[in-house]
Write a protein that binds this ligand. Sequence first.
Ligand code: PCA
Length: 329
Amino acid sequence: MRFPHLFVKRITATLVGLGVAAAAHAQTAWDMPTPYPASNFHTENIQQFAKEVDAATGGKLKITVHANGSLFKANEIKRAVQAGQAQIGELIISGLANEDALYALDTVPFLATSYADSKKLWAASKQAVEARLAKNGLKILYSVAWPPQGLYSMTELKTIGDLKGMKIRSYSPTVARMIELMGGQPVTVQAADLTQALSTGVVSANLTSSATGYDTKSWEQLSHYYDIQAWLPKNIVFVSKKAFDALDQPARDALLKAAAAAEERGWKVSEEKTAYYIEQLKSHGMKVQPAPAALQAELLKVGEKMTAEWAEKAGPDGQAILDAYRKLK
Ligand code: PCA
C-alpha cells in the first residue's frame, strides 16, 4: 500500500514541480516521516522548522511532515531516507543501537541525567555519530533531547523485586536490556502503538519521559510515575545527503540556518515543558514521586553494569568519547 501511495505522491510532486519550473520557480517537495504524534513537542518544533525553511526559500523547498509513523513506522524511517523513499526524517538515536554501540550512548542509565550533562554528552559524541551516519549517506541537521526518563507502573514499586516478570514496554535495544536487568520482560512497542499496548494489557509498565506519558494519556492506564531520571534520549532530524546536495546553495543555507534555530528552540522547550508534563500527570491523578531509596540504589547498580557493558562493546573509540565527556563535566 505504501509504495503506490508514495509513487502517486512523487508523480504529483514532479508535475507540480514541472508546472512551477515552467514559470521559472523550481520547487522541491520533500516528504518527512516522523515517529511521534503531531502534538508532541518534537513534532511541533519540526513543523516550525519546515515553516521557516519554506519562508526562507520563498516556497522553493516544501517539507511535508508525516507524523506518528503514518508514512513509515519509527523503525523504518532510517531505511526509507537511505533508499530515497523519503528525503528527510526524524528518529531516536538509541533506536539504532543494534547497528552500532555508539548509538546506545545516550541511553546508558545514569550517565547523563540533566539537560546540561546531556548537552555535554552530545558535544562529546556528535562527530562520531555524524561520521557513522555519513557512511549511510545521511546527514544530521539537528538533535533535541527528550525529558528525563522515568518508570510508569500500574502498581506501587518498592524494590526492584516488584518488577520481576512484569511486561515492560521498551522503545530501543538498550531500554530492553535495562528492563531485563531489572528482572522484567521487555516488549518492544513504538510510541505510536503505546496507548493500544497499554489498554490491551500487552504491557503493564513503561520506561519513558513525562512528555510521552502526557502525549499518550498514561493516567488512563497507569497509576504511578517514578521520576528516576535515568537518561535523556535524543532524536535527530536527518536528511539524505543526495537530496541535500541536489539543493541550490541558498536553499542549503536556509535549511542549515532553520536547523540551528530548531536545535536551540527544541532543547529549550524540552527543558521548560518538563515541569508542565509532570504537573499534568499529577493533575490527572497519577502518583508522581522519586523512586524509593532501595529501588533507586538497585537501579543505579543496573546503570553501572550497563556502563561497563557499553564501554566493552564500544571499544577504544567509545572509551575516548566517555573520557571526552567526563572532561567536559
Ligand atoms: N518518548 C519516546 C522515546 C523517549 C521518550 O521520552 C517513546 O516513549 O517512545
